[in-house]
Design a protein around this ligand. Structure first.
Ligand SMILES: NC(=O)c1ccc[n+]([C@@H]2O[C@H](COP(=O)([O-])OP(=O)(O)OC[C@H]3O[C@@H](n4cnc5c(N)ncnc54)[C@H](OP(=O)(O)O)[C@@H]3O)[C@@H](O)[C@H]2O)c1
Length: 344
């Protein structure tokens, strides 16, 4: 007998109003998948782009949402899962077992959800791509955001000093200070590169983790110390594209005669002894041992009180559009949760 569930369905690309709650059949688990009865899912920045149609290959109608926490139907175990194909904005999801981990006692559902995708991204950018060493200086853009607020805390926990955040409003800058950042800068400062260098002690910053691109990435490059690294993990609409196909983003590294915005030439990379790297969660997700190792470490840090997912708001399924609008308007700090069981 077909079982039905409530889900937020996208039938045509559009703004937040394109997201509507519908009753649709529950998914059937494929090979290597398990059904999860979802308690919480979350809004990620990339959901906004998928909603707006930035991924034309996304088959419609679609249920967005790349993460979910809840109970596995077969054994009642509390689990958190990454959903590369989406499906999280629903009461039930079919999740790949390879991308699902069991949650230890003592880690609540909101913490597990925030740590899994956004926390692993922060860890991957700092440690895997950024090769952060204790004592190095670190700057993080969108530092009040879902990924950013965890990156700031992780940088502190990993022994970085000073830790510099970037955030666009004084309220967000205040929030980033409470996370342990030594200094918080305004990304709109026209002298941003100078401010970053000064904040890092004058010689430049050792590691800059950037999820914004454009002018912020250019300032990040200009503000690097010798042997400094820029790690790119995202960019804003206007330069968007799919890293897997090489589209979108900014031209950051090239020779001066290439078309596009060239912020640094290969000669400058050599002459300044600086490097650029990227990070994409797919390369962690595809490596089960790496994924479990990172998530285990994040759960440990959370249990020790060194890492906390701060919840900006928790909305019901019918409020997902409004939550998307808030993220697009840069009006959120920390994690935006969706309580799929809440009906009002
Ligand atoms: N590479 C990966 O594997 C991976 C995985 C997850 C997420 N990401 C990327 O990480 C970034 C952060 O994702 P998130 O879900 O945690 O989002 P978020 O940081 O909570 O929200 C986005 C933040 O970006 C900043 N921003 C700067 N310019 C903006 C603009 N024009 N429009 C909207 N926001 C702008 C805003 O902070 P301020 O107002 O303080 O500037 C805003 O709060 C995204 O770029 C996402 O694609 C990458």
């Amino acid at each position: 007998m077909t079982r039905f569930m409530r889900a937020v369905v996208l039938r045509r690309p559009g703004g937040p109003e394109a997201l509507r709650v519908e009753r649709i059949p529950e998914p059937s688990p494929g090979v290597g998948e398990s059904l999860i009865e979802v308690t919480l899912t979350g809004v990620n920045f990339d959901d906004l782009e998928r909603c707006a149609g930035a991924q034309p290959e996304l088959p419609l109608p679609a249920v967005l949402g790349v993460e979910a926490v809840g109970r596995r139907r077969t054994d009642g175990q509390r689990v958190v899962a990454l959903l590369r194909q989406g499906g999280g904005y629903a009461e039930v999801v079919a999740a790949p077992e390879a991308h699902t981990v069991e949650i230890p006692a003592g880690i609540g559902d909101p913490q597990a959800l925030g740590l899994f995708e956004q926390g692993s991204t922060a860890y991957g950018a700092l440690s895997l791509a950024g090769r952060l060493r204790a004592g190095e200086s670190v700057a993080v853009s969108a530092a009040a955001g879902g990924v950013g607020h965890l990156a700031v805390q992780l940088a502190v926990a990993l022994g970085a000093s000073p830790v510099i955040g970037l955030a666009s409003t004084s309220a967000k800058r205040q929030f980033v200070t409470t996370l342990g950042a030594d200094l918080v800068l305004d990304p709109a400062d026209p002298e941003l590169a100078d401010r970053v260098r000064e904040a890092a002690g004058g010689g430049g910053v050792d590691l800059f983790v950037d999820s914004v691109g454009g002018a912020v990435a250019r300032a990040a490059l200009a503000g690097l110390a010798p042997f400094g690294r820029l790690v790119c993990l995202g960019w804003r609409p206007g330069t968007s594209g799919d890293p897997g196909t090489g589209g979108g983003g900014d031209m950051l590294v090239g020779t001066e005669d290439q078309a596009g915005v060239v912020a640094v030439t290969t000669a400058q990379l050599a002459e300044r002894s600086i490097g650029c790297a990227g990070f994409w969660m797919r390369h962690v997700v595809d490596d089960r041992e790496l994924l479990c190792g990172i998530v285990g470490r994040l759960f440990e840090l959370a249990a020790q009180g060194q890492l906390t997912v701060h919840v900006d708001r928790t909305v019901a399924l019918h409020e997902v559009g409004a939550a998307h609008a808030a993220v697009a308007a840069r009006a959120t700090s920390g994690k935006v949760l969706i309580d799929v069981r809440r009906e009002v």
